[in-house]
Design a binder for this molecule. Structure first.
Ligand SMILES: [Ca+2]
Ligand SMILES: [Ca+2]
Length: 200
């Protein structure tokens, strides 16, 4: 009723003008406030990023392949791929040190990425995946080098295939050790059959 009285009291057209002007100024105020709030949020984010340093976002998954074509650990920079055995070795191999994360390195190997460990034939023992099929007896029972479970390829070019008499080897001995006057193969083939002493 008051609005009607006010409208009647005003000259023709004046009420409409005033009403539309009021509406506009309210909308303008609303938009201005929203813009200011948005700018304030952006400014706060930029300021905190500058003050605190922009924290690197960890990769969604850590799977990567190393230069040696083995499963590796992807660092926070999403570029550096380190061998599994660089994890939790007390040395920061990732630029950010993510490979030495205390949470991951606690209660080894249970918090490590599952694809980076290999359980030996004796499940009490485990090794990092890059120690599997590296010709060296890391499990102690050669389960990381011999058998269907390890599924290793044949001896590489620098290696002589035999049954070693040396604990540290499993199915291959380095050709460096051929014809050095010492028995490394149970059948002595390293001294009598292996022609190549070249070290690679
Ligand atoms: Ca390390
Ligand atoms: Ca091994």
């Amino acid at each position: 009723a008051n609005q009607a009285n006010l409208r009647a009291a005003l000259p023709p057209g004046c009420w409409e003008e005033w009403a539309s002007c009021r509406c506009c100024s309210r909308r303008c105020a609303c938009i201005s406030a929203a813009v200011l709030l948005g700018l304030a949020v952006i400014a706060a984010a930029v300021a905190s990023a500058i003050v605190l340093g922009i924290p690197p976002r960890p990769p969604v998954n850590r799977y990567c392949t190393t230069a040696q074509n083995r499963s590796g650990f992807l660092c926070d920079d999403r570029v550096t791929c380190i061998p599994a055995s660089d994890l939790c070795n007390g040395v920061k191999n990732c630029p950010s040190g993510a490979d030495e994360n205390p949470q991951m390195c606690a209660d080894l190997p249970n918090n490590l990425p599952g694809n980076l460990i290999f359980r030996c034939g004796n499940p009490q023992f485990w090794i990092f995946i890059d120690k599997k099929c590296n010709y060296i007896n890391d499990c102690g029972d050669c389960s990381d080098e011999i058998g269907a479970y390890a599924d290793c390829p044949p001896c590489g070019p620098g290696w002589w295939s035999c049954m070693p008499v040396v604990f540290m080897y499993c199915a291959c001995v380095p050709r460096c050790l051929c014809r050095d006057g010492q028995q490394h193969c149970s059948n002595w083939s390293d001294e009598y059959s292996c022609a190549n002493k070249s070290c690679q």
